[in-house]
Design a protein around this ligand. Structure first.
Ligand code: SF4
Ligand code: SF4
Ligand code: SF4
Length: 308
């Protein structure tokens, strides 16, 4: 029998560690989950070299998602300094210490092809649409464990810390607007075209066209998200290292794929003590039977002596 990571985690959450261990030990090996590539993947392309930091996209995002303006840091303006429970999209500023370079950085969910938030969620409250590839959150399945906030390598999902029924806040690519034939809020207002929406393959071609047309303009002539972290549906172009925009260098293997490798090793070694323990139980049982048989014999002997 083979089980998936999700079945294992759900087993732990629902039935407790011993039950999950029993299932794991009984299974051949944790089978790899094959993540289907979305058939009609859509996404965003953000080009930091033409973003002017106007934050029109931040206000448009709040309006499109019907969230109250986040004026907690600045009572007069919609100027959140980071993603938070009211903010799905933020514009940050990177500035070198010596002032030699700077860049704006748009941050929202990357809609990873293999999303770590969904892999880490024990109840599938975060799930990737098999067609569009949009990673959505469902309030009905969420139990508020906050695993998704820990597993996401981009530190995107944010949780409400107030209220009886707290919510996860993250960009869901304005699915509700797409369903009405509209573009995402952020892409519909950007005055420079720094963020655009479209099918992922088309966005990738556009990014490569820009790189080819402007030699030396883009960092490493590379599109972040083409292969990084297994590929993402939000793609980035930049003139400064991607890490300065808050995009870590994760390599081509997705975070869930990496952790699965470690999980395999962990359970391999986790299984060994369990097998030894099972062997020990058998030895103890055998010895107990031997002792019982001896005692029975001794009783019989004692009884015989008493009768003599
Ligand atoms: S960026 Fe984070 S929240 Fe968004 S899909 Fe990837 S893992 Fe999930
Ligand atoms: S796609 Fe929608 S939810 Fe996501 S950042 Fe843009 S406006 Fe906000
Ligand atoms: S609206 Fe466009 S130019 Fe203005 S901050 Fe957002 S991405 Fe940058």
């Amino acid at each position: 029998m083979a089980i998936t990571r999700r079945e294992l985690i759900t087993g732990i959450a629902k039935a407790g560690v011993p039950a999950a261990v029993a299932v794991t030990v009984g299974s051949e090996v944790l089978k790899a989950e094959t993540i289907p590539v979305p058939s009609a993947a859509v996404g965003l392309l953000y080009d930091a070299t033409i973003c002017i930091g106007c934050k029109a996209c931040v206000a448009a995002c709040a309006e499109a998602n019907d969230t109250p303006p986040d004026t907690r840091g600045d009572a007069l303006h919609q100027a959140p300094s980071d993603l938070n429970d009211l903010t799905r999209n933020v514009i940050k500023l990177y500035k070198a210490e010596d002032g030699s370079e700077f860049s704006f950085a748009k941050r929202q969910c990357m809609h990873c092809l293999d999303p770590a938030c969904a892999a880490g969620c024990p109840f599938q409250a975060l799930h990737k649409d098999p067609e569009s590839g949009i990673v959505n959150w469902s309030a009905n399945e969420c139990i508020g464990c906050r695993y998704c906030t820990i597993t996401c390598p981009y530190h995107i999902p944010r949780f409400q810390w107030v209220g009886f029924n707290p919510r996860v806040t993250k960009c869901e690519l304005c699915s509700h607007r797409l369903a009405q034939g509209l573009k995402p809020g952020c892409t519909s207002v950007c005055p420079t075209g720094a963020v655009i929406f479209g099918p992922r393959p088309v966005l990738l071609l556009e990014a490569k066209r820009r790189i080819e047309n402007s030699p030396g303009r883009y960092y490493e002539n590379r599109v972040y998200g083409e292969t990084d972290n297994g590929g993402t549906q939000a793609l980035y172009l930049s003139h400064v290292p991607f890490e300065k925009l808050g995009l870590p260098e994760l390599g081509p293997e997705s975070v869930p794929a990496k952790t699965l490798r470690w999980q395999r090793r962990f359970y391999q070694y986790f299984a060994l003590p369990a097998v030894l323990y099972a062997g020990l139980v058998q030895v103890i049982r055998k010895n107990l039977k031997g002792h019982e048989a001896d005692a029975h014999e001794r009783e019989k002997e004692t009884g015989l002596r008493a009768q003599l």
